[in-house]
Design a protein around this ligand. Structure first.
Ligand code: ADP
Ligand code: ZN
Length: 731
């Protein structure tokens, strides 16, 4: 019963067609009167979980929210969906306050948002007794815990809710809570046997990318130019760099502002406002920016410097893509940032230092990881995650190892001959044979390894030395002027012939080249959406309308909704209402305008108005096998199709098997003497490439290794065929 009502409300008010995982279940629990604790990442869809019960149950929902700006935004979004909502906090004038109170007492409100300070005042507690309350929702519930990182003393008074209203469900929501905080929330709010819902913290729509912190500005510039009209945040460590990066962007004709806590409050508010309203697309900011911003269409987040810990990092990148649309994140890493943090931490004598350093260490591990970065993140949040995500730089470009023993030997012996008495920069200069005065003054030009590393650029050396550091072959003496020192592991390389594996430095250009080749690796997104000229046209229409109404554009329609409109091109009422995010109120207010805009624009520009064919996912049961039919060996089945003239890919598709499996079948038959012209599947050059790759490998050759050695340029089936050919030649 409630379920049906809930689904109707979802469709009617929000225009969404189905619940996300857990939402329906959570709503069911709340409407049956259970206390509920919800842990979901930012953008996971927590709000709907308490908003819908507040709408469908009799009475008013009381929502406690710590941030005034968020409150206003949420209420505005609800109102634009036709929900009766209002807020009470210190930002209202006396008259506005009275008006809200009147509506509250008349029982007209579905929801009232209040700040914790307001909630605990005597007057408000009294006024609550005059209305029927259907639930209490505590947003950002981790603020109640002194263990958490945003402790709010006023939150600890909230236990009076359960004491005074033992039968009214309390819903606690948060996006950050470890086990201790979780327990604390339940205890502090005196929740009664709460139902706990913990969803995965994965945000699959966020791409993860870490780049070496060299030529940062050029990389940012390129990144932004590849994403015209997109809104994003560049997080910087210092106030000064927020200003300089923004200024440099403006000098390149890119609209950007800076934001930090040292600016006058008015100016800060203005920058934030313009960002929310899509007037300023890009803000370069310290981490002071973002708290309390509900803007759902932030399309990317860049970290100019590495944050101090993963919690902070995840919260900051979490500001991108709240609407579920694919969004990008990029972190610059250099060892200098780590050093900087270490200095900052050690300057403060605190009992927390050890924890801070270990958290910093985890952050560095993320930045230098050679494995799928999402795995590192989610494992940090105690989610045992095994699969590679396919949407991080490591998954897209697995690192290429090479034998770096000689490079390591050069570096280590230089350190040895420099008596472990120099920092990183001077060491590199010596290796590269720099003509710097200091080198001659100190006689470093006379050591044997002077200039031994000329063949590598400064960048390359830094990259390799950081790897030697991460692998423990060298260390940095933080208590001795950051000089580079040898370790026991370096002895093994210098004197015992230990081999060192290093990873190639991929330049931005090489990377772009690779990315181009892999452009077909697309992230799966939820629905049929596109970002094209039609989208751009609708985006501009949305901006104009938002300006006229004085509300943020994403309150009218989210980016996800516009993308779907651009793909489906609805020109009838029914089709428009099929678009996710077009509820009853939005249809009434904006439906026709957008419908007409699509129609006119497409006609003027000769764009076909027919929507793309909907890809039907056929979930029909697979045809049952006839148990009496004779069993044909699987390789033979492949062979039969091959004889019909099908390609490897076609056979794979038809048999719902991998291409490499089909190749395996054909190779097996070929080796058994069947007449299969292997050369048809793989070219001479390709065979040659495989032959060269396996020269440095031992039998049995592994296709995976060859795949990596050939920089993923050859498919697995081709590798199988080439190996079969080579084996035949040998025998
Ligand atoms: P949170 O409060 O967890 O940060 P929100 O409640 O703001 O997340 O939801 C994030 C976005 O996802 C919003 O734009 C919201 O409208 C959208 N959303 C939530 N539930 C659904 C759903 N069932 N279908 C489609 N979109 C949804
Ligand atoms: Zn990955």
């Amino acid at each position: 019963m409630n379920n049906e009502k809930a689904l109707q409300a979802l469709e009617f008010y929000y225009g969404y067609k189905s619940f996300r995982p857990m939402q329906a279940e959570i709503i069911e629990k709340i409407t049956s009167g259970k206390d509920t604790l919800i842990l979901m990442p930012t953008g996971g869809g927590k709000s709907i979980c308490y908003q819908i019960p507040a709408i469908i149950m009799e009475g008013t929902g009381v929502i406690v929210s710590p941030l005034i700006s968020l409150m206003k935004d949420q209420v505005e979004a609800l109102k634009s969906n036709g929900v009766e909502a209002a807020y009470l906090n210190s930002s209202l004038t006396a008259a506005e306050q009275r008006d809200v109170e009147e509506r509250l007492y008349s029982g007209k409100l579905d929801m009232i948002y209040v700040s914790p300070e307001k909630l605990v005042t005597k007057e408000f507690v009294l006024s609550l007794s005059r209305i029927k309350i259907n639930l209490f929702a505590i947003d950002e519930a981790h603020c109640v815990s002194a263990w958490g990182h945003d402790f709010r003393p006023e939150y600890t008074h909230l236990k009076f809710l359960k004491q005074q209203y033992p039968n009214t469900p309390v819903v606690a929501c948060t996006a950050t809570a470890d086990k201790i905080t979780r327990r604390d929330i339940v205890k502090q709010l005196q929740m009664q046997e709460p139902e706990v819902f913990i969803s995965s913290f994965d945000r699959p729509n966020l791409s993860l990318d870490v780049r070496p912190g060299v030529k940062r500005f050029e990389q940012i510039l390129k990144f932004i130019k590849e994403r015209p009209n997109q809104s994003g945040i560049v997080y910087c460590l210092s106030r000064k760099s927020t200003e300089s990066v923004a200024a440099k962007l403006r000098a390149k004709d890119i609209d950007a502002e800076h934001y930090h806590a040292g600016m006058p409050p008015q100016k800060r508010a203005q920058v934030q406002e313009d960002f929310i309203n899509d007037k300023t697309p890009i803000v370069c900011a310290t981490i002071a920016f973002g708290m309390g911003i509900d803007k759902s269409n932030v399309r990317w987040v860049i970290h100019y410097n590495m944050p101090q810990n993963i919690e902070g990092f995840y919260q900051e990148i979490g500001r991108a893509g709240r609407d579920g649309v694919a969004s990008d994140t990029m972190l610059f890493y250099s060892y200098a940032d780590v050093q900087n943090w270490k200095d900052i931490i050690s300057k403060n004598e605190s009992s927390q230092n050890e924890i801070k350093l270990s958290k910093l260490n985890r952050m560095q591990q993320y930045a230098t990881s050679l494995f799928c970065r999402r795995k590192v993140l989610l494992n940090y949040f105690s989610e045992n995650w095994r699969d590679n995500c396919g949407n991080c730089d490591i998954c897209k470009n697995p690192p290429e190892y090479f034998n770096g023993t000689v490079i390591a030997q050069k570096a280590l012996s230089a350190i040895y001959r420099l008596r472990q008495n120099t920092g990183l920069l001077l060491l590199i200069d010596v290796l590269r044979g720099s003509q710097r005065r200091e080198i001659f003054d100190k006689g470093y030009n006379k050591i044997k390894t002077y200039g031994a590393g000329r063949d590598y650029s400064f960048q390359e050396w830094r990259h390799y030395l950081e790897q030697l550091l991460n692998q423990g072959y060298i260390e940095i003496a933080h208590d001795d002027g950051n000089k580079i020192k040898l370790t026991t592991a370096s002895q093994a390389v210098l004197f015992e012939g230990e081999k060192v594996q290093l990873i190639k430095l991929v330049t931005a250009q090489q990377r772009a080249e690779k990315d181009r080749k892999k452009a077909n690796v697309k992230v799966k997104i939820e629905r049929n959406r596109v970002r094209d000229d039609v989208f751009e046209h609708l985006r501009q229409l949305r901006a104009t309308m938002a300006r006229e109404e004085g509300i943020p554009p994403y309150i009218i329609f989210s980016d996800a909704t516009l993308e779907e409109m651009a793909a489906m091109k609805p020109t009838t009422e029914a089709a428009m209402q099929q678009i996710s995010g077009v509820g009853a109120q939005k249809w009434k207010k904006y439906g026709r305008t957008f419908m007409r805009a699509i129609e006119t624009y497409c006609k003027e520009n000769n764009i076909d108005l027919t929507p793309p064919p909907v890809k039907e996912v056929v979930v029909a049961p697979k045809p049952k096998k006839d148990p009496k039919a004779p069993k044909i060996p699987t390789a033979e089945q492949t062979y039969q199709l091959y004889q019909k003239g099908l390609t490897v890919e076609q056979i794979a598709e038809q048999r719902e098997l991998k291409g490499s499996t089909i190749a395996g079948h054909l190779v097996k038959l070929y080796e058994a003497g069947r007449n299969i012209p292997i050369q048809k599947f793989v070219s001479k050059t390709e065979i040659q490439q495989v032959a060269e790759a396996i020269q440095s490998m031992e039998e049995p050759y592994r296709a995976g290794e060859i795949f990596v050695a050939l920089q993923e340029q050859l498919t697995y089936p081709k590798i199988y065929f080439a190996l079969a050919y080579i084996r035949k030649q040998k025998s």
